[in-house]
Design a protein around this ligand. Structure first.
Ligand SMILES: *Cc1c(COP(=O)(O)O)cnc(C)c1O
Length: 337
């Protein structure tokens, strides 16, 4: 199969439309058969539910080429389950989980020429999403929805080497107790934009959000979960109902336990105890783990090892599992072609 003529290693993280995307429509209480289309634009009412009241949620995962030349996806069933949770919380109809995985597979198969080769560091990013499409003016859930999956090739995350991040403890919040922090809704991002632009202007890479009720515990950043490594080599990650359950973080916890024999703690993490950690990293689909060098809590600076030995081992093992050089747990890799 001919690949597209792209310099994969110089790609950034931007939208490049590919040949095909998947579309299914929900109307009169049922999903239609769905299928692939070449059309990358959407026509809808000016009064569509998504435009007026932001009724939309999304997912993100990647397809890539393994060391032995297979095109695969990593744990798409967990994206399907998480999107179902998001839909229930947003009063949107669930797109059946088996059909979600099938839509991913169909989209990747139709865009095989866009899946970057092994070793390039690039991947084909997949963006499933759903939104209310019929006119809604009185505040209520839409009655008609569209589910779509598009694909876009993205470059290696750590272009030009791994540079440890500098984070700041945020004074603004992303999620309220009993709110929507635990689902992947666009609204969680819309209200974080002000704060991320401000963080960049002040010279920080990301905001670390704390629990908004007491402002004493660490939650996560705007788009990634946080892991810490204690000085005696334990993996610690914050537990909170307002954190988005990252598939990467959940996978890393299992890798730490089952592959590296580490002790793992999922518990409340106090701002006060940051000095007791040796390493810190952000985890998400795009980078797997981004090492953190510094967290600034107003006048206080806490330094970490950056790509320290434990984070490096976690990163290498999970990346090896994804790329097929380390044996994967049952069901983690979905082979597409
Ligand atoms: C998507 C997302 C993550 C990372 O989740 P993965 O499943 O690992 O990609 C973390 N935090 C937030 C707020 C997110 O939206």
């Amino acid at each position: 199969m001919e690949k597209k003529n792209i310099d994969w290693s110089s790609l950034g993280f931007g939208y490049i439309p590919t040949d095909a995307r998947y579309v299914a429509n929900y109307k009169d209480g049922a999903w239609d058969a769905g299928g692939l289309t070449e059309k990358a634009t959407i026509e809808m009412s000016e009064c569509a539910g998504v435009l007026q009241y932001a009724q939309t949620c999304f997912e993100g995962l990647k397809a890539y080429t393994t060391a032995d030349g297979k095109i695969v996806c990593f744990r798409p069933d967990l994206n399907a389950a998480r999107m179902a949770d998001s839909c229930r919380r947003m009063k949107m109809p669930v797109f059946p989980e088996e059909r979600f995985v099938e839509a991913i597979v169909e989209t990747v198969r139709a865009n095989k020429q866009w899946v970057p080769p092994y070793g390039s560091g690039a991947t084909l990013y997949l963006r499933p999403f759903m939104f209310g499409i019929n006119p809604v003016i009185g505040v209520k859930p839409a009655t008609e929805y569209q589910f779509r999956v598009f694909a876009t090739p993205v470059g290696p995350y750590f272009k030009g080497g791994i540079k440890p991040l500098t984070l700041r403890i945020s004074d603004l919040d992303r999620a309220a107790p009993k709110g929507t922090g635990h689902i992947k809704a666009g609204l969680n991002y819309a209200m974080s934009l002000y704060n991320i632009v401000d963080a960049h202007e002040q010279g920080y890479d990301e905001n670390v959000y704390v629990d908004s009720a007491t402002r004493t515990h660490i939650e996560e950043t705007g788009g990634a979960n946080i892991i810490f490594v204690t000085k005696d080599g334990k993996l610690v990650t914050p537990k909170s109902e307002t954190i988005l359950p990252s598939i990467t973080r959940r996978s890393l916890l299992q890798v730490a336990k089952d592959y590296l024999g580490m002790e793992v703690e999922e518990r409340a993490v106090a701002l006060d105890e940051l000095e007791s950690f040796a390493e810190c990293g952000l985890c998400g689909t795009a980078a797997v783990i981004s090492p953190v060098g510094t967290i600034v809590d107003h006048g206080r600076r806490i330094e970490f090892a950056g790509m320290g030995p434990v984070i490096q081992k976690l990163y290498d093992t999970l990346l090896g599992i994804q790329m097929g050089t380390v044996e994967a747990p049952e069901g983690w890799i979905t082979v597409i072609g």
